[in-house]
Design a protein around this ligand. Structure first.
Ligand code: SF4
Ligand code: NI
Ligand code: NI
Length: 708
């Protein structure tokens, strides 16, 4: 059979199955039966992205199938292959959505099925920083279980996000390999149609970050081709349906690598690699993915894929716990003459001398020296420790400063991992990432309890106190410059964040100090200095210099932006914001919700629905994406009256930000315990109940001027 015949026959087969399934569902439930995927504002995501039409009922699904049929042209041109591939993918989406009828949960451990919008937003930052350099879609059954494990591990070690479809899932389970989003290996499902759940992620990324108009299929495919670094590994034997799905992947710009002999190859798109051990290299080359290599001399793996790994009590060799005993982690700037580069010292017992399962003290001091080093960069470097130590396979880290907690697993210990290796990791990572400011670096790790107490109380805490005073004195007024951040332009081509001391980047990961350090490390990089010498309107925080900067960095897409208003010229969003804030008209206030909260808000919208109101670098008055830390800022919506406008937040978020919010409310308005006046999901998820609660609490927003 020619490639044409194979794709057409696969497409026809899937179309037939889909038609049958939809008809059967209509017969059973009626045409008005509602259908959707959970936790997305774009249902059905793929069909909506391609056609611009939302499908909400079985009847509409049947109509949509008619539209899909029109894509299935048979004129024997390359275009027909691609369109039949897309049609096959859409059919797969239809088959999959039928599984979710009546709120069913068709996928069970370890499979995920449909992935929520929140997952895609979370992927934003790691994808743009190259922390996740690519997305692999592995389909079918590897020649052997060992081949399957080796391939997945090779991607994992590179930080590549792996999604799995079909028998390979059982192969990994059989080998006892841990899977899950936290280790970047996501089994989608056993049926080939479940591959649509990763396609759905790519297409929603275009809508969320790329400001692609749903229905603009040309730009949609251009976006996935240029900006989503995905590729497919399809194991032999291939059947017509898999080939037809593969044609859909190729249409989106994702190359397909297979070990099926005799397939007619298409350069850079359909590649035969009979040696499965070379799938990794062939795929990276085909998709032009470059891997940053950090060589660290430790006996276990070091990769960002292990960042989310959790070590249970029963699996741990030893533990260090700053909440129980004296611990600390600290970066200290010293004179170059005082240290020896790459010297690592352990003062106190090594892991061998600690009892199995015991809780111990640890304090590590990373001494750095360099001509361009500034004390302001110390906390920036220090905050990365969490991420560095977590990337060690079999080691887990939470917390910071003197409240960190570390676990070393039995597996890592048995592989030879010792405390001194934490020093190796810190040394190599700091030298690697901060080479522009750190010329020399030495690490001292204390495990002797008396020394830990001394370091914590006499060295670390005084340093932290000094830094906190410095942070408090950092206000938008007290500094001479702000910074731009355009890191997210990889996905959101016209988005610019303006980062100020009192307004961090909306992803929550870039503070003014971070931006300053980034600028110092890479003067031509994503963070540039913005002067603030020519104010236009102090009330909304508008400056001529800031406007000129956003015009330049957005390539003219954005003309003017305010720092302190949600209504007038608000800052744009890319899509990876931690929180979204939107106007609540009945109370004159605003509702904030965060990515982790899956429930309903009084606006009648969930996080993904609210989040879909803004993004792609476009200004949307009334909606604002922002970082969690911004909520307690005196500059939060200052133009509209500030945090006094906040009427509702999910309970957990409210608890996280309560201390700062209450302090700010006390200082600005003289209100005590302001968060007690703010509603949450245990109080109200509809406007009537919320307003009744706010009235009872005499919430200040009720008597403020209308926002619209
Ligand atoms: Fe993206 Fe803004 Fe965060 Fe920079 S500060 S990474 S542009 S969200
Ligand atoms: Ni103490
Ligand atoms: Ni972003």
């Amino acid at each position: 059979m020619t490639l044409f015949e194979t794709v057409f026959s696969g497409n026809d087969a899937v179309y037939g199955l889909t038609e049958g399934a939809i008809n059967a569902a209509i017969e059973q439930h009626g045409a008005d039966k509602a259908i959707s995927f959970p936790n997305t504002a774009y249902s059905l995501p793929c069909y909506y992205a391609v056609t611009g039409v939302k499908v909400g009922t079985l009847g509409e699904l049947k109509e949509a199938l008619g539209v899909v049929k029109t894509l299935m042209t048979r004129e024997m041109r390359t275009h027909d292959i691609f369109m039949s591939g897309v049609a096959t993918a859409l059919c797969a989406e239809f088959i999959e959505v039928l599984k979710y009828i009546d709120g069913a949960t068709p996928y069970e451990e370890p499979c995920y099925g449909h992935l929520a919008d929140a997952v895609i937003r979370e992927l934003g930052v790691p994808l743009v920083t190259g922390d996740i350099p690519g997305v692999a879609v592995i389909l079918g059954k590897a020649p052997t279980t060992e081949d399957a494990v080796a391939l997945v591990k090779s991607y994992q070690a590179q930080g590549i996000l792996v999604t799995l479809v079909g028998d390979v899932i059982d192969q990994l389970a059989e080998a006892g390999m841990k899977t899950g989003a936290n280790v970047r290996v996501i089994p989608l499902g056993k049926d080939v149609t479940s591959v649509i759940h990763v396609v759905s992620v790519a297409l929603r990324a275009a809508l969320i970050f790329g400001n692609i108009t749903p229905g603009d299929a040309g730009n949609l495919m251009k976006y996935t081709m240029e900006r989503v670094p995905a590729f497919v590994n399809a194991f032999a034997p291939l059947n017509d349906v898999i080939v037809a799905c593969g044609a859909g992947a190729i249409a989106l710009g994702f190359p397909v690598i297979t070990n099926q002999e005799g397939v007619s190859e298409v350069p850079k798109s359909l590649i035969v690699q009979t040696d499965v051990s070379k799938f990794n290299a062939t795929s990276l080359e085909a998709r032009d993915i470059k891997i940053k290599i950090t060589n660290i001399d430790i006996p276990v793996a070091f990769a960002s894929a292990f960042e989310g790994e959790i070590i249970r009590r029963g699996d741990m060799q030893v533990e260090f716990d700053g909440s129980r005993v004296d611990c600390a982690e600290l970066v200290q700037t010293v004179d170059a003459s005082e240290i020896e580069d790459h010297k690592i010292t352990v003062v106190g017992p090594e892991a061998d001398e600690m009892e199995l399962g015991s809780k111990n003290s640890i304090a590590y001091v990373v001494k750095v020296a360099g001509k361009n080093m500034q004390p302001d960069f110390e906390p920036v470097i220090e905050r990365k420790f969490h991420n560095y130590i977590n990337c060690i396979e079999g080691v887990y880290h939470t917390g910071q400063r003197d409240m960190q907690r570390i676990r070393i697993s039995k597996d890592a210990f048995n592989a030879g991992f010792r405390i001194k290796h934490i020093g190796e990791v810190l040394y190599a990572s700091v030298k690697n990432e901060f080479d522009a400011v750190v010329d020399k670096c030495e690490v001292v790790i204390y495990t002797d309890p008396a020394e830990c107490t001394r370091i914590r109380h006499e060295v670390a805490i005084p340093t932290f106190d000094k830094r906190d005073d410095r942070l408090k004195s950092l206000t938008d007024e007290s500094v001479d410059v702000y910074y731009s951040c355009i890191l997210c332009q990889a996905f959101s081509p016209s988005h610019v964040c303006v980062v100020t001391p009192e307004r961090l980047g909306l992803c929550g990961a870039v503070s003014w100090l971070d931006a300053k350090a980034t600028n110092e490390l890479d003067p031509n990089g994503p963070c540039q200095v913005i002067t603030k010498e020519r104010p236009i309107d102090e009330r909304i925080g508008e400056y001529e210099d800031v406007n000129e900067a956003v015009q330049k960095f957005s390539q003219g897409a954005l003309q003017d932006v305010s720092l302190y208003s949600i209504m007038e010229k608000p800052m744009t969003s890319c899509g990876c914001f931690e929180c979204i804030c939107g106007i609540e008209p009945f109370s004159n206030g605003v509702v904030i919700t965060n990515r982790e909260y899956a429930g309903m808000t009084p606006l009648g919208m969930t996080f993904p629905e609210l989040a879909s109101m803004t993004g792609g670098g476009v200004q949307t008055p009334g909606f604002m994406g922002h970082g969690k830390h911004f909520i307690g800022s005196k500059k939060f919506m200052k133009a509209e009256g500030g945090i006094e406008r906040i009427v509702w937040m999910p309970k957990e978020l409210k608890e996280t930000v309560a201390e700062r919010v209450n302090a700010t409310a006390k200082e600005l308005y003289g209100i005590d315990n302001f968060t007690d006046m703010i509603g949450d999901e245990t109080i109200a998820t509809d406007p009537e109940t919320l307003v009744a609660f706010l009235t009872e609490k005499n919430h200040p927003a009720l008597s403020m001027e209308p926002m619209m």
